[in-house]
Write a protein that binds this ligand. Structure first.
Ligand code: C5P
Length: 417
């Protein structure tokens, strides 16, 4: 998912302390989070905590920041509003459309989807007034997460406990994804992910440390943006994404076959997999024995085909090719030069460059990339979760495809071939 501008409204209930977990999870997922607590919320959790965790200033006062029209600016800029906890009082105010504090103004000034996580005592939750207010909010399109059943403040227990932060975050991001633009709708996108394994014998292989996380994140992101996705999965260490046509492969030659089939008629091919450049010349039918070579062993390797270069140098009109260059080069300039040279050598339209090492790149949940466009210039840089990096790469795919489609139309209009 592209990084979102998310407002987290916190209202005055004891569950406010758990809202810190909601803010933290959204920030770690790469989103820009602005916390708007009510005065009541600040009695339960301090402003410095909220500022430190959200990495943004925290405001509550309607009459501060008047010059920047803060009472509407925060809401207008939001892609998503999450209110956790939502007390009975704040739910009543939301249902009535009251704007007597910064949070009320923010909600009224926004067209973003709203997700609330109610938290209160069971009697308050069951009260007809609260239930009527919830019905009003549901009818208005607000997503209501929970409340859960369980231990409340004091000795009470029952329905009314705020849902756990991870449940609220998942529901909120799902709601945001459902309203995200489907700018890849109707496009066929092929993604390779993982790392190939080249067998030496029935139990051993030559492989690499690619987990497949970045490729899977790209497949998931393309699916969320409406694409019809084929994922060529090479020995993934993560779960297969839902809604994609997954084809499992193991070796480079199997990956070549699968991607060549899938690439026919595809609009975009994204080669995120780490493909072995060499494979053992012979694969032993039985397990190689230790004593096969006295004092050492020499393996003979043969070159694997360069699949991306094969696609890039064959006619591929209408198919945008995105390659990756994972390099250990420590110097930024030289890393970029390697990426530029690789894009040209392989005939890729777009090349995503990232640094890998013992601790960087492969197994990590985050990535830092530079994206080089068709003219060899840097289009963008991205740093964040593999999901947010995936969306940035797809933003480039969408903009390059649109530019080339416009260029093709212009060529037609001018009668040039
Ligand atoms: O040459 P290098 O391995 O750095 O190139 C990386 C890019 O080329 C990746 O997009 C990878 O999927 C692709 N590749 C390939 N076939 C190979 C080696 C790499 O398609 N044999």
């Amino acid at each position: 998912m592209s990084p979102l501008n998310i407002v987290v409204g916190i209202t005055g209930g004891i569950a406010a302390y758990k809202a810190v977990g909601v803010v933290r999870a959204l920030v770690l997922a790469g989103h820009d989070v602005h916390v708007v607590p009510t005065e009541g919320a600040l009695r339960f959790v301090g402003r410095p905590t909220l500022e430190a965790i959200s990495r943004n200033p925290v405001h509550t006062d309607l009459y501060e920041g008047v010059a920047e029209v803060r009472h509407v600016a925060i809401g207008q800029a939001a892609d998503l509003i999450v209110i956790a906890p939502a007390t009975a009082n704040s739910i009543a105010k939301l249902a009535t459309g009251l704007a007597d504090d910064l949070l009320g103004n923010t909600v009224l000034a926004s067209e973003a989807p709203v997700v609330i996580a109610p938290a209160m005592h069971t009697e308050m939750w069951r009260h007809p007034a609260t239930q009527a207010n919830i019905a009003t909010l549901l009818a208005r399109g607000v997503t209501v997460v929970g409340p859960a059943v369980g231990q409340l403040t004091g000795a009470d227990s029952g329905p009314g406990r705020m849902e756990e932060p991870d449940v609220i975050v998942a529901a909120a991001l799902e709601r945001a994804a459902a309203t995200a633009p489907h700018d890849l709708a109707g496009r066929r996108v092929v993604v390779t992910a993982g790392g190939t394994r080249e067998p030496l014998d029935p139990v051993r292989f030559l492989g690499n440390r690619s987990s497949g996380k970045q490729g899977v994140a790209i497949a998931e992101a393309a699916r969320a943006r409406g694409a019809d996705v084929t994922l060529i999965a090479a020995n993934l260490e993560v779960a297969h994404p839902a809604g994609c046509d997954v084809r499992q492969v193991s070796t480079a030659l199997e990956l070549q076959q699968a991607v060549t089939d899938a690439a026919r008629g595809a609009d975009v091919v994204i080669m995120a997999a780490a493909v072995a450049d060499y494979r053992p010349a012979d694969v032993s039918e039985s397990k190689l024995k230790k004593d096969a070579g006295e004092g050492g062993m020499t393996l003979e390797l043969v070159r694997n085909p360069d699949i991306l270069a094969g696609l890039g140098h064959a006619p591929h009109d209408g198919t945008l090719l995105v390659g990756f260059a994972a390099e250990t080069e420590p110097d930024d300039e030289r890393l970029l030069a390697l990426g530029r040279a690789k894009r040209e050598a392989k005939g890729a339209d777009v090349l995503v460059v990232n640094r890998v090492g013992w601790t960087e790149g492969f197994a990590s949940d985050e990535n830092r990339v530079v994206v080089i466009g068709p003219d060899g210039e840097i289009v963008t840089r991205a740093h964040g979760t593999k999901s947010s990096v995936a969306h940035v790469i797809l933003d480039v795919v969408v903009s390059v495809s649109t530019t080339s489609a416009v260029a093709a139309d212009t060529t037609k209009e001018h009668g040039t071939t």
